[in-house]
Ligand binder design. Structure first.
Ligand code: 5GP
Ligand code: ZN
Length: 114
C-alpha cells in the first residue's frame, strides 16, 4: 500500500528493530515503548484495521497471535503475563492504519484504559 508506514517497515524500506520475520508477518520493537517489553506484530499484506479482516484471514491472525506469544515468552513475560491488544480506528486509538498486534510486558498495566 502506497505511503503506509508499516508496509514500508515490512519491505525494509524503513528500518526497525526486527524480532521475527517470515513470508507473512514481521515483528518489531515499538519506537515509543510504553513498557519494558513493547513490540508489534504486523501482517506483511496491507490490511487497514481489524474491521477489514475476513474469514480468509483466520490463519494469518492465528499466526500473528502465536508469534506474539512466542516472543513474549522469549522476553520473559510467560510467568507474569502481558497485554496483547489490537487498537482499531478512532475509538480504539489506532494511529497507524495497518493492522498490528501490540504486546506490552514486564510491568503492571492498569485496566480499564483511560
Ligand atoms: P496504534 O496507536 O496505531 O495502535 O499503534 C501504533 C504504534 O506504532 C505506536 O505505539 C507507535 O509508537 C508505533 N510507531 C509509530 N511509528 C513507528 C515507527 O516508525 N517505527 C516503529 N518501530 N514503531 C512506530
Ligand atoms: Zn500497510
Amino acid at each position: 500500500m502506497h505511503n503506509c508506514l508499516f508496509c514500508k517497515i515490512a519491505s525494509h524500506e524503513i528500518p526497525a528493530e526486527i524480532l521475527y520475520e517470515d513470508e507473512q508477518i514481521i515483528a518489531f520493537k515499538d519506537i515509543s515503548p510504553q513498557a519494558p517489553v513493547h513490540f508489534l506484530v504486523v501482517p506483511k499484506r496491507h490490511i487497514a484495521n481489524l474491521m477489514e479482516l475476513t474469514p480468509a484471514d483466520n490463519a494469518l491472525i492465528g499466526h500473528i497471535v502465536f508469534c506474539a506469544q512466542k516472543i513474549a515468552k522469549n522476553q520473559g513475560c510467560e510467568e507474569k503475563g502481558a497485554r496483547f491488544v489490537f487498537n482499531c480506528k478512532q475509538h480504539g486509538g489506532q494511529t497507524v492504519g495497518h493492522v498490528h498486534l501490540h504486546t506490552l510486558g514486564k510491568r503492571n498495566l492498569e485496566w480499564p484504559p483511560g
